[in-house]
Design a protein around this ligand. Structure first.
Ligand SMILES: [Zn+2]
Length: 488
């Protein structure tokens, strides 16, 4: 067998002011054929797992380009077209082939392309014809469009959020692909439109039990090849935004339809119960100040660069200042211009500085004042599990008693080491303010006396009922109360 593999992925928050071009892919991952490292990034596990599967089978794996950019705003049109055409050219050169196995995200939007994955898959199908197997692994924060479904044989999505299972799901993808190529399986996709949009952390109930149930069903019923909840991505203003239930059966379309509907309606019945409890900045800061011991971690959960925002909101900082809180540290506020000024001033300097809240409305006001430059670090990095996450040139400044880290590379606050590398002992602080929705939990929960999920300002469109969508459909919950009413 000859199998072609490639990856093209990012997550596009269409409300984000951080538009990106080729440089963003080159900064995160741009690997031409054969240059992909041994360890996968979020959306490239089909390549690394594929190497192992192909070697074991004695099959030929033809690697195309792998490109991944960290979540941000709209992708430059030429950048998308160039990366797409690069991969399609490699595919043409690889013909004849038996299968195409792709790593995608599912929520990439480029200027002029609301459905980049649909566009890519349709062009792949045109090149390989109707008989060749086409499949992909995707992130559940995706838009499952009809165009994609029509072009591909099957999809497998990550089940976990946080996405701890992207390698396991790539194993599923390849197992089903091998079974199909060897004549043991005929994957058929059945999809139920849940007519909702929500947030589904699997680190807590009730989503934990729902995913466990999917895993049991897959294990116990040989007709079921793969079950996925496509969460949807509420920051992507595209026509087919929303949650879908996907059932991939072994040639049992009718059974798949019935199960997708049953599971999809069960998911819908839990609407509004999945999200973590959120409080506003006033209650969050008051609760943190009143806590008997620190460090209390306030997650500024929606100003999360991992969801495509700038990460420069100052709403929580303003609230701390209004309360004259001093025993607090903030990591991080993205402000390349302010960092440049701090770098020029040097460590120890006291300077007038404006910082933060420059990128978007409803993220607070820029802070003005005399700050002391405490510490400057070039190419700063924090720990992230077994590896490191860069947050760029960074400045630790002190302002009215509060320690603040300004940075130049947008980065989610994964780990307390982001404070220590800047000379701040996180354990010594009463309050730590960080920018992350859920990924921070694994490491910060080990040092926190308390964790507060804070929804401050509107850096991210986290309330779909109020989000000013221009392209997304409005016949889904929570825009309407009971979209299934007439049908049930
Ligand atoms: Zn995701």
């Amino acid at each position: 067998m000859r199998i072609f593999t490639a990856a093209l992925a990012t997550e596009t928050n269409t409300f984000s002011p951080i538009c990106i071009d080729r440089r963003a892919f080159e900064a995160s991952l741009y690997a031409p054929p054969g240059k992909h490292p041994q360890t996968p990034t979020l959306c490239t596990a089909p390549i690394t797992v594929g190497r192992r599967v192909a070697a074991k089978k004695g099959w030929q794996l033809i690697e195309g380009t792998a490109a991944w950019a960290d979540p941000a705003g709209l992708v430059n049109r030429q950048t998308y077209e160039d990366l797409r055409d690069e991969i399609l050219g490699q595919l043409r050169a690889a013909l004849p082939i038996d299968a195409v196995v792709l790593g995608l995200h599912g929520a990439m939007v480029a200027d002029g392309y609301e459905d980049t994955e649909g566009d890519l898959l349709q062009r792949v199908r045109e090149i390989v014809g109707p008989e060749v197997l086409v499949c992909a692994e995707l992130d559940p924060h995706s838009h499952l469009t009809e165009k994609r479904v029509a072009a591909a044989d099957f999809f497998v999505f990550f089940k976990e959020f946080p996405h701890t299972d992207f390698v396991d799901r790539a194993e599923d993808l390849w197992r089903i692909a091998v079974d199909t190529l060897e004549g043991r399986a005929t994957p058929v996709m059945s999809i139920f439109d849940c007519r909702m949009i929500d947030v589904f952390p699997t680190s807590r109930e009730p989503m934990r039990s729902f995913v466990d149930k999917l895993v049991r069903l897959e294990r116990d019923d040989p007709d079921l090849l793969s079950l996925s909840v496509v969460h949807g991505f509420m920051a992507g203003d595209v026509p087919e935004m929303g949650t879908r239930m996907l059932v991939v059966t072994n040639g049992k379309a009718e059974k798949g339809e019935a199960l997708a509907r049953e599971l999809g309606l069960e998911l819908f019945a839990g609407r509004g119960t999945y999200r973590m409890p959120e409080i506003d900045e006033r209650r969050a800061v008051a609760q943190a100040i009143a806590a008997p011991a620190g460090p209390v971690v306030i997650a500024d959960m929606w100003d999360n660069p991992g969801g495509g925002t700038a990460g420069d909101a100052t709403v929580v900082l303003e609230e701390l200042l209004a309360n004259n809180a001093t025993d607090a540290a903030i990591g991080t506020i993205w402000d390349p211009m302010a960092v440049q000024i701090c770098m020029a001033a040097g460590e120890g300097a006291e300077i007038p500085l404006r910082f933060g809240a420059k990128s978007a409305p409803d993220t607070g006001r820029p802070i003005d004042g005399i700050v002391r430059v405490v510490r400057l670090v070039r190419n700063a990095e924090m720990r992230f599990g077994e590896s490191f996450a860069p947050f760029g040139d960074a400045a630790h400044i002190k302002f009215r008693g509060i320690d603040i880290i300004l940075n130049t590379t947008r980065a989610q606050s994964f780990d307390p080491s982001l404070f220590s590398v800047m000379g701040i002992d996180p354990l010594s602080k009463k309050i730590l303010v960080i920018k992350s929705t859920n990924h921070f939990f694994a490491s910060f929960s080990k040092i926190a006396s308390e964790i507060i999920y804070c929804s401050a300002g509107t850096p991210y469109p986290n309330d779909p009922a109020r989000t000013p969508y221009r392209r997304a459909r409005r016949d889904i919950w929570p825009m309407v109360a009971d979209p299934h009413g007439a049908e049930r």
